[in-house]
Design a protein around this ligand. Structure first.
Ligand SMILES: Cc1ncc(COP(=O)(O)O)c(C=O)c1O
Length: 394
């Protein structure tokens, strides 16, 4: 089925995964088959150990010394909702940007519609970059939260998360980073960017299966976040009150253990690869080379317009294009049916980003996104396929 398949939809979910991820999930399903944190028999204890190891690896990735500050969630959206709905109170003001995904925009819009909060959405430039000064300009006495996506899932632009973090700290606002498109591809230290929350799916750059996400909760958030769900945690079972301790407070119900254990294998793969790259003395990562290759290749095609930063800019390999007068859905369907090149057309759950690019009313763009296992040949084939399609309409 997958022979010849060129998968360039890694911004949606990464594929393939490292073999170790498949093996870890298979081992759990066939052999371990126990819930986490709820049994004393040997398989349950082993599951508990593997879940704790995944938590430790996720904490290490973010430079967090206490793994209990990492919460497992169902996906990136779940992480963002836990932070946004858990933190915000009547009268709060939030500053965010037009580059965000609907998993930020919609929870905010919902609270705004109920007249509970107010929101400032700051603009981006023609390449998709925000200006940190706009955060400062939007400040109000009641500003309580800054939210910024590290990397846009449309433009691939890498935002200045550290500068914005300094401003949040100066103003005393909480700071939530949506690292959905960056984690696993770019380093992110919660200390350097002064983040109070980092939300991310486990199934994109971190290489875990679908159905898992993580949320980092900084010390400053203690006592400020209500739980949007309560229930069994396997701890403090003698009381019917939700425990205060982390991570249990935010992990009610059985965890998606197969996905979390798979995520652990993905994180291990990434740390081993990073160690290999460090010992090879700073060779550019394949991702960087492919980012340049795909941007340059697509930019050189007559009739194709690449949105977002150019290949030399501060960007990742999430590249959105228009192809001559074609509708984005038509392009994506033809790329798949004729060339087996898989991309994502449309608005990418980022309506304000497309509005900023003037592509909202015209059916959006075609997004090609490279992943950890994409190759130079994949990119060449995709670029040739787009060129063939573009030529046919000229
Ligand atoms: C920037 C961004 N934020 C959040 C999300 C939501 O992640 P999930 O699909 O895991 O809920 C996505 C997913 O595409 C994304 O690209």
């Amino acid at each position: 089925m997958s022979e010849g398949r060129i998968y360039l939809d890694n911004a949606a979910t990464s594929w393939p995964k490292p073999n170790a991820v498949y093996e870890a999930v298979d081992h759990y399903q066939r052999t371990l088959g126990a819930p986490a944190g709820r049994g004393v028999y040997r398989e349950a204890v082993e599951v508990e150990r593997l879940v704790a190891e995944t938590r430790r690896r996720a904490a290490e990735l973010l430079g967090v010394s206490d793994p209990s500050r990492i919460i497992f969630t169902g996906n990136g959206t779940d992480s963002l909702n836990i932070a946004i709905h858990g933190l915000l109170r009547e009268g709060d003001h939030v500053i965010t940007t037009v580059t965000e995904h609907n998993s930020v925009l919609r929870p905010l819009r919902e609270l705004e519609r109920e007249n509970r909060i107010s929101v400032s959405r700051i603009r981006c430039d023609g390449q998709g970059f925000i200006d940190p000064a706009d955060f400062a300009a939007a400040l109000k006495p009641q500003t309580r939260l800054f939210i910024l996506g590290h990397v846009s899932n449309v433009s691939g632009a890498v935002q200045p998360i550290e500068e914005v973090g300094r401003m949040a700290r100066e103003h005393g606002a909480f700071y939530l980073i949506d690292a959905a498109q960056s984690l696993g591809h770019l380093p992110l230290s919660v200390r350097n960017c002064q983040a109070d929350f980092v939300a991310a799916p486990g199934h994109k750059g971190l290489l875990g299966p679908l159905g898992c996400g993580i949320l980092y909760l900084g010390e400053k958030t203690d006592g400020h976040i209500t739980t949007i769900r309560q229930g069994g945690t396997g701890t403090a079972s003698e009381t019917d009150q939700q425990p205060d301790s982390l991570p249990d407070r935010f992990e009610s119900g059985n965890l998606n253990v197969p996905a979390i254990i798979g995520l652990g294998a993905g994180l291990k793969f990434l740390s081993q690869r990073a160690a290999g790259e460090a010992s090879a003395k700073e060779t550019p990562t394949p991702g960087n080379i492919l980012t340049r290759q795909i941007c340059d290749g697509l930019c050189s095609i007559p009739g194709v317009r690449v949105y977002g930063p150019n290949s030399g800019g501060n960007r990742l390999g999430v590249v959105s294009i228009s192809v001559a007068s074609y509708d984005s859905r038509e392009v994506a369907a033809l790329l798949d049916s004729v060339h087996y090149v898989q991309t994502r057309p449309g608005i990418h759950c980022a309506p304000l980003m497309h509005q900023a690019f003037n592509t909202l009313q015209t059916g959006g763009l075609v997004r090609l996104s490279v992943g950890h296992f994409s190759s130079a040949d994949d990119v060449n084939t995709a670029v040739d396929a787009v060129a063939e399609l573009a030529a046919s309409s000229l």
